[in-house]
Ligand binder design. Structure first.
Ligand code: RFL
Ligand code: PHB
Length: 400
């Protein structure tokens, strides 16, 4: 933290989550300066337990950014996952159904750490605990960002502002209401997640549709598990003891799952609400929104982090094109290009959520519809392929 804080940079990046850090790294590789301003401490950012599944495009971007080494050593390649409903399991053989594509289990925390370490190793400027960040004049060619650090006010002049500050950030909130349109669906339940140092119940992920609600058996490594339960929005985390969590998970699993489940103390437990949300457009003059700042998906499809990574790929290419070729074509096309991909991932995440969760207000007929749809999908190669193709992630140039 001895790096002096610059007063001018090419790209001011707000937020040191995966979007901001990956953007900083891709720009650095291309010789473009960026300063990252983050409201929290680095340790706090690393303590947020979130995503666990990387698509191939996200893996490729980590490699392109030069930070993929540990990911390849420690990440677990998964060629399929299981779906459990009506007491029986059905495997989606992603690898076979997509002509050889896989996903990788590697925690967002680890990916974030790799990016932070790479940034620190070459002394790139990140200001943690930057308070009262405010963005100015992004409608002009000379935007500015103001913030305070340790009680001292600072101004950062820049060419572009990248709003990588998540759903509750300042960037989207600074856009005039008349210039922005927001689409939103809030689901009537949340996910209660538990992390534990216990071996996963199965080698692959299991997505469960049970009469008691959705459950997900995920993992971070061969010795660390991540499990989720659908819970009412009114549930409070203090009310869920570890024992109550394990008991409820057992009730949602099949016989084999109950037998194999190994329980242990939680390392982390939290409840996340589920939401579908998209902002249009994603560019406002010299301000760009990327990642959760511009869109949210319910986690069922494992798309949030992956979408953030592809936004950043499009944004870094556009900015590099601006500086290297003096062309504004990339920045002009940024929003439409991202949104085309975002809406497909939004559609898949919404659809997979409504297929796998219990919607209490919809009554018993909705469970029958789900059962019929699952029976169709899992016994039809075309149906299973559609799930697999979306889950592994559509190609970056899909439909172009
Ligand atoms: P982040 O990670 O929220 O980072 C934004 C950063 O901006 C900072 N910030 C500010 N900094 C300065 N000034 C301000 N005014 C600021 N306001 C905010 C914040 O402190 C923060 O550090 O957004 P980013 O980088 O766009 O990354 C997005 C991902 O974090 C998110 O999409 C994923 O975690 C979603 N997600 C999943 N995605 C996947 O692709 N695969 C998965 O398996 C997956 N599982 C999940 C998930 C999200 C979950 N939760 C908790 C919502 C599972 C869960 C339970
Ligand atoms: C996770 O491991 O946190 C995880 C995996 C798959 C999902 C969502 C979350 O769909």
């Amino acid at each position: 933290m001895t790096t002096p804080i610059p007063q001018r940079t090419q790209v001011a990046i707000i937020g040191a989550g995966p979007s901001g850090l990956l953007l900083g790294q891709l720009l650095h590789k291309a010789g473009i300066d960026a300063v990252i301003l983050e409201r929290q401490t680095g340790d706090y950012v690393l303590s947020r337990i979130r995503a666990g599944v990387l698509e191939q495009v996200c893996i490729d971007l980590m490699d392109e950014a030069g930070v993929g080494q540990r990911m390849h050593q420690e990440g677990l390649v998964h060629g399929g996952f299981e779906m459990l409903y009506g007491g029986a399991r059905h495997r989606i053989d992603m690898n076979k159904l997509t002509g050889g594509k896989n996903v990788m289990v590697y925690g967002q925390t680890e990916l974030t750490r790799d990016l932070m370490d790479a940034r620190q190793a070459v002394g790139l400027p990140t200001v943690y605990e930057a308070k009262d960040v405010a963005i100015h004049d992004f409608g002009s060619a000379k935007p500015r960002v103001t913030y305070s650090k340790d009680g001292v006010e600072h101004t950062l002049e820049c060419d572009f502002i990248a709003g990588c500050d998540g759903f509750h950030g300042v960037c989207r909130a600074s856009v005039p209401r008349a210039a922005i349109r927001e689409f939103e669906k809030v689901y009537p339940f949340g996910w209660l997640g538990l992390l534990s140092d216990t071996p996963p119940v199965s080698d692959e992920l299991i997505y469960v549709n049970s009469p008691r609600g959705f459950a997900l058996c995920s993992q971070r490594s061969k010795t660390r598990s991540r499990y989720y339960l659908q819970v009412p929005l009114t549930d409070r985390i203090e009310e869920w003891t570890d024992e109550a969590f394990w008991q409820e998970l057992r009730l949602r699993l099949d016989e084999e799952g109950r037998e194999k489940l190994i329980t242990g103390p939680s390392l982390e437990k939290s409840i996340a609400p589920l939401r579908s949300f998209v902002t249009e457009p994603l560019r406002f003059g010299r301000l760009f929104l990327a990642g959760d700042a511009g869109h949210i998906v319910p986690p069922t499809g494992a798309k949030g982090l992956n979408l953030a990574a592809t936004d950043v790929k499009y944004l870094s290419s556009a900015i590099i094109e601006f500086y290297q070729e003096r062309s504004e074509a990339g920045i002009d096309g940024y929003s439409a290009r991202c949104l085309r991909r975002i809406w497909k991932a939004e559609r898949f995440s919404w659809w997979f959520t409504q297929l796998m969760h219990r919607f209490p207000e919809d009554g018993p007929i909705s469970a029958k519809f789900q059962e019929a749809e699952l029976d169709y999908l899992l016994n039809s190669e075309a149906g299973s392929r559609s799930i697999a193709e979306n889950y592994v992630g559509l190609p970056l140039n899909f439909g172009e």
